[in-house]
Ligand binder design. Structure first.
Ligand code: FAD
Length: 437
């Protein structure tokens, strides 16, 4: 290992960091010495103006990232993010934080691997620790056909230059000794596909980091401001109506995750989306025991361990459409049973919290990013189970689309009209059946 020289360490600590108001070592030391009384809020609380060039509806990670990239890469200086509650209080703050790019279809590989690349430098770009932790994501195989499917996926990934390793049963045992790899296991393991560059990130920090960086570039973040309607004239959106008043807008980007159908219905649009509940839950904190993300598609159960020590568990949808953000006990019971079958050492853990998010499931399992039939109105949604990992690329490409009025090459295939054209992107090959994606 090559150690940094003292001079380099001094430069790392005291050099001004890129991005907004620096959280440098010097700032931290000064605040510590003065009782932390001098911290300013990380973003402003501005008054809502009457008009903006760009209005982003929804202050989740995707909406905030969109605003940030609009200001950062497209020089937009009149941008508002309108959030009905508090920023990051939607699915951004409810997800299980898995970040990966292990897709089989080229369209998805390009998009999600670009996103993973942005994750790798995000902490430095935002000067805010998003705690990106590339601890590896292991997909498990429980049958020969699972192994074949994972081998195919791994080959497809490597053809695009994305890291993927097919693991034998022995390799899995060595990589994750906590798994029950015995032949008597309820779901016997045959092997797995590992992406080492994949991992987790701190979800709240992503919202806060983008918010802080966007605010520093002049973006107005307006919380407690729900959009209640659109003013449309001559087939073009000209304003949004909100609980804080009317706001004229040049272009409007709707990024409201599980509320996409409800919000777009205000503009008279019906989406190919069903909204379902997805739950997750965490255990009491324990010493480090799960060192990567372990995931079984066949069993539909996944787990990882937070830096605090909690085991995070998730599984399948609750399987009835709802926007309630509260799930049923049946799913928790099933996921817990499956997780214990995979990792018997979890058996005596006590669970602390469970929650749910409303997922907008598209009919092909891929997102929608782009124009709508109404001029000036753009949609970013339909992220199904997996939009957290897409946050940087979603914001980056949606900002491009909003600024230029045209799709970025990475998001062009995710257009809304693909459903009318028959150009769906069916990664799982499961057709218009949300729970199979
Ligand atoms: P959100 O964070 O939900 O932001 C949308 C915002 O819009 C909300 O804050 C909401 O209040 C606001 N809004 C809604 N209506 C209005 C309105 N009328 N006016 C103004 N604002 C409005 N993805 C992964 O990649 N990895 C995972 O491990 C993962 N695990 C998940 C586990 C669970 C339990 C859940 C629920 C989701 C998971 N996801 C995961 C999916 C991921 O969380 C989402 O796809 C992603 O966070 C969506 O981000 P967003 O910014 O679009 O949505």
């Amino acid at each position: 290992m090559r150690l940094a020289q003292p001079k380099q360490i001094m430069i790392m600590f005291f050099m001004p960091r890129p991005g907004p108001r620096g959280y440098s070592f010097a700032t931290l030391a000064r605040q510590a010495a003065t009782g932390h009384a001098g911290w300013r809020p990380a973003w402003r609380t501005p008054a809502l103006r009457e008009a903006y060039d760009f209005v982003i509806v929804g202050g989740g990670g995707h909406g905030l990232a969109t605003a940030y990239y609009l200001a950062r890469h497209h020089g937009a200086r009149s941008v508002a993010v309108l959030e009905k509650g508090w920023i990051g209080g939607g699915n951004t703050g409810r997800n299980t934080t898995i970040v990966r790019s292990n897709y089989k279809l080229e369209i998805n590989q390009r998009f999600y691997d670009y996103s993973l690349g942005l994750w790798e430098t995000l902490t430095r770009e935002l000067n805010f620790n998003v705690m990106f932790s590339p601890r590896g994501v292991l997909f498990l195989a429980h049958s020969d056909s699972d192994m074949n499917a994972l081998a195919e996926r791994g080959d497809a990934m490597r053809l695009r230059g994305i890291d993927a390793e097919l693991l034998s049963l022995g390799d899995v045992r060595r990589f994750a000794p906590i798994l029950d790899c015995s032949p008597q296991a309820r779901f016997p393991i045959h092997g797995g596909l590992l992406q080492r560059r994949a991992g987790t990130a701190r979800h709240d920090a992503v919202a806060w980091g983008y918010a802080r960086a966007a605010d520093a570039l002049g973006v107005d973040i307006i919380q407690n401001c729900a959009v209640t309607g659109f003013d449309i004239a001559g087939g073009r959106t000209i304003a949004v109506r909100t609980t804080q008043g009317r706001v004229a807008a040049g272009r409007i980007g709707v990024v409201v995750a599980g509320a996409s159908s409800t919000v777009m219905a205000m503009a008279g649009l019906r989406l190919p989306i069903e909204t379902h509940l997805l739950q997750a839950f965490v255990s009491e904190p324990v010493k480090p025991m799960v060192h990567s993300v372990l995931l079984s598609g066949a069993v539909h159960c996944y787990l990882s361990q937070t830096d605090k020590g909690e085991i995070v568990l998730g599984g399948d949808l609750d399987f009835y459409p709802s926007v309630s953000q509260r799930g049923g006990l049946h799913r928790i019971e099933q996921v817990a049973a499956q997780a214990i079958a995979m990792v018997p050492a979890l058996g005596r853990l006590r669970m602390q919290r469970a929650w749910a998010g409303a997922m907008d499931m598209t009919m092909d399992g891929a997102p929608i990013i782009g124009a709508t039939p109404i001029e000036g109105l753009y949609l970013n949604g339909g992220w199904c189970y997996g939009g957290f990992k897409a946050t940087p690329a979603s914001g980056y490409t949606f900002a491009h689309t909003l600024a230029t009025g045209a799709p970025h090459p990475l998001n062009a295939p995710y257009s809304l009209d693909r459903f009318a054209r028959g150009a769906t992107i069916d990664e799982a090959g499961a057709g218009p059946t949300p729970h199979l994606h």
